[in-house]
Design a binder for this molecule. Structure first.
Ligand code: GSH
Length: 304
């Protein structure tokens, strides 16, 4: 529609010739969003006692990794023991120089593997899942056709979840106003994605058939949480109850002890017993979450 069209509504947005950064744009994450990359401040990353050092937050992208690490430990793979440090994205921790060195994209999760010299950095949740599954040869099918299926559902998640989080979640839950056009567009896409999973899970116990894998972990953190009503308060709006096969799959996964533990790590909101701001030892799951949170706050204050 042209600028002079007689049909133009008076409040229509006409993009300027060159976009410029308007910090006042509003929305829940307006204060941390920037159009440039790189560190905003010097802050070294802490390093704990285990070879694997995870820097994360208990959002779906973070939970994918902590569930895998807890599953590896549940299998008895002690080399998968890890420290999970809290990166609070609302406080801008992802723009500290140490974190940016681990992930130039400034997003959780980021992993440093100190069992290699120099330590190996891995960023992007899908890359971390693949790296750990291959390193420990677990939760990834061995047969080539099944492994390909696992890659497919894993990368399906990496490509699809941003429409759920950055698209639907942003406009339904976080934008400063409810805009019909983007909510409609992304609700349609998210329902289509749920139907993709639902139809597949009608005939498959797990995403790769009968083998539980990193593809389940990646998708459970997003679409499983969504159908359980844990994301964006959107269960009724999206009629999640109609995706019965996704629900069946998620209910089964929720029974796993490693899933229960992994979902708590680096979580700093919601019901207190479900939180564990940082995990440095298996015994941390038995500790008082408030005490752990207080220790994290004290450490962060000392760093400032
Ligand atoms: N594609 C990335 C997405 C990671 C991501 O979006 N992380 C969010 C939290 S779930 C984040 O760190 N946001 C901070 C920011 O945008 O500044 C992955 O899968 O690891």
């Amino acid at each position: 529609m042209s600028e002079n069209s007689s049909n133009s509504p008076s409040n229509v947005y006409i993009p300027p010739k060159v976009w410029s950064w308007n910090k006042q744009s509003g929305g829940k994450f307006a204060s941390i969003n920037r159009p440039v990359a790189g560190a905003t401040h010097d802050r070294a990353l802490p390093v704990g006692k285990h070879p694997l050092q995870l820097y994360s937050l208990g959002t779906p992208n973070g939970v994918k990794v902590t569930v895998l690490l807890e599953e590896l430990l549940e299998l008895g793979i002690s080399d998968a023991d890890y420290d999970a440090w809290l990166i609070n994205i609302n406080d801008g921790d992802q723009f500290g120089s140490g974190f940016v060195a681990a992930n130039p994209n400034s997003k959780i999760p980021a992993l440093m593997d100190h069992s290699n010299n120099p330590p190996t950095r891995v960023f992007e949740s899908g890359a971390i899942l693949l790296y750990l599954a291959e390193k420990f040869d677990a939760f990834i099918p061995k047969a080539p056709a099944k492994r390909a299926e696992c890659y497919s559902w894993l990368f399906w998640n990496i490509g699809s979840a941003p429409f759920l989080g950055g698209g639907f979640g942003h406009f339904y839950a976080y934008a400063p106003e409810k805009f019909e056009y983007p909510i409609d567009r992304y609700a349609m896409e998210v329902k289509r994605q749920l139907d993709v999973l639902n139809q597949h899970l009608a005939d498959n116990r797990y995403l790769c058939g009968d083998e539980y894998s990193i593809a389940d972990m990646a998708n459970m953190a997003w679409y499983g949480a969504l159908v359980m009503g844990k994301l964006y308060d959107a269960a009724e709006f999206l009629d999640v109850a109609s995706y019965t096969h996704v629900l069946r799959w998620m209910h089964e996964l929720q029974q796993r002890p490693a899933v229960k533990r992994g979902q708590r790590v680096n979580r700093v909101w919601g019901v207190e017993q479900n939180q564990l701001a940082e995990r440095h030892d298996a015994s941390d799951f038995e500790r008082d979450p408030t005490e752990i949170m207080q220790q994290v706050i004290a450490r962060k204050q000392a760093q400032e």
